[in-house]
Design a protein around this ligand. Structure first.
Ligand code: IPE
Ligand code: IPE
Ligand code: MG
Length: 252
């Protein structure tokens, strides 16, 4: 049993209560590299396997009836990796986005991207923008996937602050009128409820710049499972654990 759990984990195979599901789950899709290394494969193979897991888990969330899923795919800090790994990830995203997301839109998902798309390779950026446009056209899509690409929570807050500042200078916003709610409208996550549950696989106990503003009152679930091995059963275990928490939001 991992030390960060004060309470006993639910029994394996326990099923979540479908009437008390989180509205929004965030997942830090971590552990691809270690998964590949364990098998003597290149790290890129781990990213490819992780992309498949993303698909499985997105459909599982939809089937359970969870309306929002936000996944961390590439951070503002991931550019520090060797250029070969970065370009392999970009390649994978380009190919993967094309087929997976098109299919997902047909299957009733709306896709949005969080992060600064400006710095992405132009072809990938165009693909993201096109995907978002068609997504917006999917009338009545009940399930929304937010893919965090070149995303960093601090960068998101800074971009929002700049946009708000420009609106102040243009007379569209007043400094004294700035509230939590007004500022939230400038974030990438505008119009998306805050995540109720944040899941991080791979054994790391940190946020790594994932949704710091939005996760102020989120519940956290950590597991040693590496992302490519993450299965619907692990998701169920996270949901059962989540349902045992008492959320107080500062009240009693
Ligand atoms: C997460 O897996 C995917 C990205 C950050 C792009 P990692 O590549 O971080 O895998 P580990 O943490 O090295 O195992
Ligand atoms: C977080 O994982 C980013 C993504 C999963 C996309 P990292 O592997 O980059 O995080 P650190 O470096 O372990 O904090
Ligand atoms: Mg990692």
């Amino acid at each position: 049993m991992a030390f960060w759990h004060r309470k006993k984990r639910p029994a394996a195979g326990a099923e979540p209560d479908l009437t008390r599901l989180p509205r929004h789950i965030g997942i830090i899709m971590d552990g691809n590299g270690r998964w590949a290394k364990k098998r003597g494969l290149p790290r890129t193979a781990g990213h490819a396997a992780g992309a498949e897991t993303f698909r499985t888990i997105a459909y599982r969330c939809r089937d359970l009836g969870i309306p929002y899923l936000t996944v961390y795919a590439f951070s503002t800090e991931n550019w520090k990796r060797p250029v070969e790994e970065v370009s392999a990830i970009m390649d994978l995203l380009r190919k993967y986005l094309l087929e997976a997301l098109e299919k997902m839109e047909k299957d009733g998902f709306r896709i949005r991207f969080f992060g600064d798309l400006e710095a992405l390779p132009p072809e990938l950026r165009t693909l993201c923008l096109e995907t978002e446009e068609t997504g917006a056209a999917v009338a009545g899509a009940k399930y929304q996937i937010n893919v965090c690409l070149n995303y960093g929570g601090r960068d998101e807050i800074l971009r929002a602050a700049r946009a708000w500042g420009r609106d102040v200078l243009a007379g569209r916003q007043g400094v004294e009128d700035l509230t939590d709610e007004v500022f939230s409208r400038y974030l990438d996550s505008r119009a998306v409820p805050d995540p109720d549950l944040i899941i991080r696989p791979s054994g790391e106990l940190r946020l790594s710049n994932f949704l710091p503003w939005q996760s102020a009152y989120a519940e956290f679930y950590f597991t040693d499972v590496l992302w490519p091995d993450f299965s619907p059963a692990v998701l169920d275990a996270a949901l059962v654990d989540f349902q045992r928490r008492q959320r107080r939001f500062g009240g009693v």
